[in-house]
Design a protein around this ligand. Structure first.
Ligand code: THU
Length: 132
């Protein structure tokens, strides 16, 4: 699956966003090693601090369904909005996929790509990978 195709899935995921407080709808699509695509969107709450980002929503959904190996994640906040994952989401992605490809759009709509290790160098990590 190409970055463009995974981004199209993220756009579909974004339609489910519940973001009446920020009015900033985000969608994510997580590609697993075996080719599944798992959608996530941001979900906010009247108690603002309880909002969950689209990317973490996708990771929690995937892990809860037995998926822990990820190839790529695409993130979009719609036209004109650059939306690389926030720091908290980078750390959560790192737990399962320290070298996962991350795709997002810049303000002009072009897809940018980096490996997570480039977006989160020197990540906090203290469990040897073989114990996961
Ligand atoms: N948000 C995400 O879904 N992903 C990010 O990487 C950054 C922020 C959401 C959280 C909140 O619902 C809204 O965007 C505004 O911060």
């Amino acid at each position: 699956m190409t970055a463009r195709e995974l981004m199209a899935e993220a756009e579909r995921a974004r339609r489910q966003s519940y973001s009446p407080y920020s009015r900033f709808a985000v969608g994510a699509a997580l590609l697993t090693r075996d080719g599944r695509v798992i959608h996530g969107c941001n979900i906010e709450n009247a108690s603002y601090g309880l909002a969950i980002c689209a990317e973490r929503n996708a990771v929690w959904k995937a892990v809860s369904e037995g998926e822990r190996e990820f190839e790529a994640i695409a993130v979009t906040a719609g036209r004109g909005e650059g939306a690389p994952p926030c720091g908290a989401c980078r750390q959560v992605l790192h737990e399962f996929a320290p070298r996962v490809w991350v795709y997002w759009r810049d303000e002009r709509g072009r897809i940018l790509k980096r490996r997570l290790e480039q977006l989160l160098p020197l990540a906090f990590d203290h469990l040897p990978r073989k114990r996961r």
